[in-house]
Ligand binder design. Structure first.
Ligand code: NAD
Ligand code: DAU
Length: 332
């Protein structure tokens, strides 16, 4: 594989993946990204210009997609509307990008016989009880809760159907919650870090007992690269790094790293349909493809992430006021 097409490469995880691929392989990368409110061209600077091309465009536009797919050996599909809270207030863009966009890409991959990797989420499985050690596996039935996760579930089903009916050479991964550099300030960890930098208190939904399974975005990237090279066509792989933590615990750790008292947060209105707990069993990826995460220590990764937001205020500042205005309108 020499020419890789990355959709959504100006977003959080896509941009981390582009940096990872250009640093660790000799592949050429073309990014196709619509630059929605979540896309940031400044996440793709200082890259080797002889191996990197940026195309601004919509994955739901068949002509645009055809042009970039015609020269790609493989596509890694990250582009999506990704934020649960937004999906509860305006689901329409989620259906258009996550469903119609994925369909448009699959049809082009079918035309050009392009290897396809679909990046999805553990949220397609719904949630788990707070108590008990049950974890999601590749055999867990789909049971999505939100407009976001239901459109991601729909996109996974399209990929499975295009593999079976049309022989598209695709794999799927479902990953848990990512953290790291270049994440939009609407998301949980960057929102709290940048609130504290601004002298504002972190905001925790409900009582903060919800549990997420955190993985560093660079580990997600290495897992996707592993599946792209060694994954079995038609298979799904769950990606996780044994990072389960309660939301309140995460906020207390951020406060401690930033020199604030551990109770300097506010409890705010809960999210409608708020999933209780996510937890990934990554045995298949580890045992069959021999993948291991590099960021074993969440606190070390969190400290590095805090330092990144302190050092890169020019990157996030333009989005902060608009993100907080959206939250204020929702009472959060
Ligand atoms: P993000 O919102 O930060 O980035 C999404 C990117 O897609 C942006 O650059 C945006 O401009 C682009 N985009 C949106 N609509 C587009 C369209 N119609 N055409 C072209 N580009 C478009 O999202 P993220 O958090 O980086 O998530 C990326 C992918 O990973 C998504 O598919 C998401 O479902 C999946 N995922 C995310 C997480 C997580 O913790 N954030 C975990 C598992 C899976
Ligand atoms: O599990 C993977 C998913 O993780 C991805 O598919 C999604 O794209 C990604 O956004 C993320 O979804 P979550 O809804 O879990 O992430 P979010 O950052 O929005 O919230 C994380 C948790 O923190 C969740 O329980 C809600 C809570 N929260 C969030 C915000 C923004 C708060 O308590 N306060 C906040 O201010």
């Amino acid at each position: 594989m020499r020419n890789l097409l990355v959709t959504g490469g100006a977003g959080f995880i896509g941009s981390n993946f582009v940096h990872h691929v250009l640093a660790h392989t000799d592949m050429r990368v073309t990014v196709l990204d619509k630059l929605t409110y979540a896309g940031n061209r400044a996440s793709l600077v200082d890259l080797p210009q002889d191996r990197f091309t940026f195309v601004e465009g919509d994955i739901a536009n068949a002509d645009t997609v055809d042009a970039v797919m015609s020269t790609a050996d493989a596509v890694v599909h990250y582009a999506a509307e990704s934020h649960n809270d937004n999906s509860l207030h305006d689901p329409a863009p989620f259906l258009q990008t996550n469903i119609v966009g994925t369909y448009t890409l699959l049809e082009a991959a079918r035309r050009y016989s392009t290897r396809f990797h679909h990046v999805s989420t553990d949220e397609v499985y719904g949630d788990l009880p707070l108590e008990g050690g049950e974890r999601f596996t590749e055999a867990t039935p789909y049971n999505p809760s939100s407009p976001y996760s239901s459109t991601k579930a729909g996109s996974d089903m399209l990929v499975r159907a295009w593999v079976r009916s049309f022989g598209v050479q695709a794999t799927i991964s479902n990953c848990s919650n990512n953290y790291g550099p270049y994440q939009h300030v609407e998301k949980f960890i960057p929102r709290q870090i940048t609130n504290i930098i601004d002298g504002q208190r972190p905001k925790i939904y409900g009582q903060g007992q919800n549990i997420r399974d955190w993985i560093h975005a660079d580990d997600h990237s290495s897992a996707v690269l592993t599946i792209l090279s060694k994954g079995v066509i038609g298979q799904t792989y769950l990606i996780g790094a044994d990072g389960e933590l309660g939301n309140r615990d995460v906020v207390e750790r951020i406060l401690a790293h930033m020199g604030q008292p551990d109770d300097a947060f506010d409890l705010v209105t809960d999210r409608a349909g708020h999933d209780l707990r996510y937890a990934i069993d990554p045995s298949k990826l580890r045992n069959e493809l021999d993948w291991r995460p590099a960021f074993g220590d969440f606190d070390r990764g969190l400290e590095q992430t805090i330092e990144w937001y302190r050092a890169n205020e020019a990157w996030w500042r333009p989005q902060k006021a608009a993100a907080e205005a959206r939250y204020a309108a929702q009472g959060r």
